[in-house]
Design a protein around this ligand. Structure first.
Ligand code: NAP
Length: 317
């Protein structure tokens, strides 16, 4: 089968298309014919082996896993001996970040614990946009407890992959949502359902006087004191992004109970929950750009610029 592989850390041009063996599903895995994929910030972090400490798990000198790609949607081709929940022909979506990646290929073996039937109302490209970003939004928003109607929620980075889902999920919970973005994206954030929008080029949300019960910082560019200033009494913040190792450490070491650095892990349960929201018409992936399989390096390069308006997807056909 064809796959994009990388044998050393580097920029997107490091990836090359190669002919590799088709994977064989283990007992608790499903072989999926990949029909669409999406690109996440994790792909370019892992491709570059950055931050450097991540190489302790990714491979010290060279990558342990040669095929990148976390988010996939496709059709079940074969199932492992212990799999009863899926059968050949099922349309599924999944995320492989906790299982060695492998999605930028014609076929991938997926553990059943990180996949679900694809929401019927979504195309394969739309479905592939969902797993990593929407799960991160869901787990970030729920980290400190279930959202309650009327809570004031601020989403920093409301037009990113994670933020575009977070605005919609917070609205679906009945929260009063404020989205932070830049001038060209204000209308997009409104169209996602935000009650209020803040332009970060004109207003610093940590100094504007607004106070929030929950802040989801998908960018990770704010310090602990900044975030604390914008919290209402009893308020909490969850940080899912990071812009530097110093910021990451700052939040992890000094955030206390109020401010948590959250690492998302995709599970079947959360994918099923997201499918329900999608089928109820409360959640819809926003697609910024579509790339062809052969152009995956360009898709990653685009995302790495940090200006994507929601999701970047890859059509495999
Ligand atoms: N913890 C986890 O499990 C997890 C999972 C997924 C992602 N992440 C991390 O979360 C971060 C975001 O991921 P993503 O997929 O949402 O990234 P993304 O799609 O690449 O984010 C791009 C968006 O960020 C916005 N942005 C950039 N600077 C901003 C600022 N100063 N204030 C507000 N918005 C800003 C941009 O809007 P403008 O063009 O308007 O600036 C753009 O729409 C990354 O660091 C990623 O590594 C973590």
């Amino acid at each position: 089968m064809k796959a994009f592989i990388y044998e050393r850390y580097g920029p997107p041009e490091t990836l090359r298309m190669a002919e590799v063996d088709k994977p064989v599903p283990k007992v608790d895995e499903v072989l999926v014919k990949v029909l669409a994929a999406s690109v996440n910030a994790a792909d370019w972090h892992v491709l570059r082996g950055k931050p450097l400490f991540s190489r302790a798990t990714l491979g010290l000198l060279r990558p342990k896993h040669q095929i990148l790609g976390g988010d996939v949607a496709g059709r079940v081709e074969a199932v492992g001996g212990g799999v009863t929940r899926f059968k050949p022909g099922d349309e599924v979506y999944a995320n492989l970040l906790d299982h060695g990646y492998g999605g930028f290929a014609e076929y991938v073996s997926v553990p059943v614990a990180v996949m679900s039937l694809k929401p019927a109302s979504l195309s394969f490209e739309e479905a592939a946009a969902v797993p990593m970003a929407a799960t991160t939004a869901l787990q970030g928003l729920g980290h400190h407890g279930e959202l309650r109607p009327g809570q004031r929620v601020l989403i920093n980075g409301a037009t990113g992959g994670v933020g575009s889902f977070a605005v919609q999920i917070a609205k679906a919970s009945g929260a009063e949502v404020t989205g932070v973005t830049s001038t060209p994206n204000l209308d997009l954030v409104r169209s996602l359902g935000a009650d209020h929008v803040l332009d970060y080029t004109a207003t610093d949300f940590t100094r504007g006087g607004g106070r929030y019960d929950l802040i989801l910082d998908t960018v990770g560019n704010r310090s602990v004191p900044d975030l604390k200033r914008a919290l209402a009494p009893g308020g909490r913040a969850a940080v899912t992004g990071f812009t530097s190792v110093a910021r990451l450490l700052g939040v992890s070491l000094r955030g206390g109970k109020e401010i948590a650095q959250v690492q998302a892990h995709v599970t079947t349960r959360d994918l099923e929950l997201l499918s329900e929201l999608i089928e109820a018409g409360k959640l819809r992936p926003q697609i910024d750009r579509r790339y062809r399989f052969a152009d995956i390096p360009a898709a990653i390069a685009y995302l790495e610029q940090g200006r994507a308006r929601a999701k970047v997807v890859v059509e495999m056909a």
